[in-house]
Ligand binder design. Structure first.
Ligand SMILES: *Cc1c(COP(=O)(O)O)cnc(C)c1O
Ligand code: SF4
Length: 412
């Protein structure tokens, strides 16, 4: 009896010591995470309202205009002289943006532009949207994924047995400087022709192996609801198509595009949504309003983040961003290793860095907010999940694991 009580005491004592140890790890993480800029903060709100008010005044527009997606698109900032109206640029910065944009155009919704912190040279919003002189650096390829040779019909990209992509437009509300499809952005925004869409749908109709269709672009939500419904309707009549998914970044770049009417349409065809938030500061009150509309209508929303140097290649930033996503009911899905796309040298990260970030996430945060880190292999051979190599090893003694704290232990 006495022994039993003693061992309970010992267990409790050991548990308390371990609990304290875990507290110390968490406290350290919390301190680092508190330095990551988030969308819900006084700082972000101040930046946003300041620039927003300047733009509204300059364009003689109202709050109502601002919240109207067509107004946002019509008034995209796409000229260096416009940037100059709302921020101070050095002569050199001005010249650089001007020179780069002559070769690689830019366009930023007033909404996204208003989130830029011009005082921070590494502002994640700025790095993702404003042309950078580094884009001229010799590097990479236009089409490393060989998309041009995975196109069996219309505007389809097919690399997998039972799923494929239809590209329905080359347009996006904001052109990400790191975009893997930069070569398709061109100089004009163009929706895919009716002929190409019909051809793509016919291909799917004639291929009973295809159970999932991804509608993407560009940004699929730049199509009108009517055009979207037309596509959803045709696909839903094909018996073997079980899932329709759309790819859109409007939640981050043009959240006003998401309204009840759209959500009802997506719900009708049980469309699932993939989006792209790359940094916690993109998860603003406006973005969360858009997320809420979708999720409250029962739409599944998953996030595909891209690992980008100086934007988010920091373990606490990735942790915080995924925790914010989980908090607002977006499922972290992928963390993409950046591809070697021409003119994106300054965004490149070594795979070892990505693995270090994944190792950090392992035990330190909820399993519900951990994406799968993937590398999209060259030649369009598909995505490969990347996990720290030491996590599981095998030799004559059997399997050996390395835990989140780097403790090694053999399988029973
Ligand atoms: C990534 C990708 C898909 C979708 O893959 P998931 O892993 O299901 O998200 C489909 N087709 C192509 C060509 C892709 O590159
Ligand atoms: S939203 Fe997607 S397709 Fe459009 S520019 Fe950004 S990364 Fe490219």
């Amino acid at each position: 009896m006495k022994n039993g009580v003693d061992s309970i005491d010992i267990n409790r004592k050991k548990s308390l010591i371990r609990s304290k140890e875990l507290d110390n790890i968490a406290i350290d993480d919390m301190e680092h995470k508190s330095k990551v800029r988030i969308g819900f903060s006084e700082f972000s709100n101040k930046l946003y309202t300041n620039t927003k008010n300047k733009i509204l005044k300059e364009l003689n527009a109202s709050e109502e205009d601002w919240n109207y997606p067509k107004w946002q698109l019509k008034n995209r900032i796409n000229d260096v002289d416009e940037i100059l109206k709302y921020s101070n640029l050095t002569k050199e910065e001005y010249e650089d943006i001007k020179n780069v944009s002559e070769k690689y155009r830019f366009a930023i919704t007033p909404y996204y532009f208003s989130l830029i912190d011009f005082d921070n040279p590494h502002c994640p919003i700025k790095l993702q949207s404003i042309p950078n002189i580094e884009e001229f650096k010799e590097f990479g390829q236009l089409d490393p994924m060989n998309e041009e040779q995975s196109n069996p019909s219309g505007k389809i990209t097919r690399r997998y047995p039972n799923k494929l992509i239809i590209n329905v437009t080359n347009a996006c509300p904001m052109y990400c400087r790191h975009c893997q499809r930069r070569r398709l952005i061109g100089n004009v925004d163009k929706n895919t022709s009716k002929k190409d869409i019909d051809e793509s749908i016919d291909f799917i109709k004639n291929n009973p192996t295809i159970r999932e269709v991804l509608i993407t672009g560009g940004d699929a939500l730049l199509l009108s609801n009517n055009k979207l419904e037309n596509i959803f309707n045709k696909l839903s009549q094909i018996n073997h198509v079980e899932i329709i998914r759309i790819g859109t970044r409007t939640l981050a770049t043009l959240p006003f595009r998401i309204d009840d009417e759209l959500a009802v349409l997506l719900r009708k065809y049980k469309v699932q949504v993939s989006t792209q938030f790359n940094h916690a500061c993109e998860i603003t009150p406006e973005a969360v309003k858009a997320i809420d509309i979708l999720v409250d209508h029962g739409i599944l929303v998953r996030n595909q983040m891209v690992l980008l140097h100086n934007v988010n290649d920091n373990k606490y930033c990735i942790q915080k961003t995924n925790e914010e996503l989980q908090k607002y009911r977006v499922i972290p899905y992928y963390l993409f290793h950046p591809k070697d796309i021409k003119s994106t040298k300054h965004f490149q990260v070594d795979i070892s860095k990505g693995l270090e970030i994944m190792k950090h996430l392992e035990g330190r945060t909820s399993g519900m907010c951990k994406p799968t880190y993937v590398y999209n292999t060259p030649l369009g051979l598909g995505k490969v999940p990347l996990v720290p190599i030491e996590n599981i090893e095998y030799d004559e003694d059997g399997y050996k694991f390395t835990t989140w704290e780097n403790k090694t232990i053999k399988k029973h």
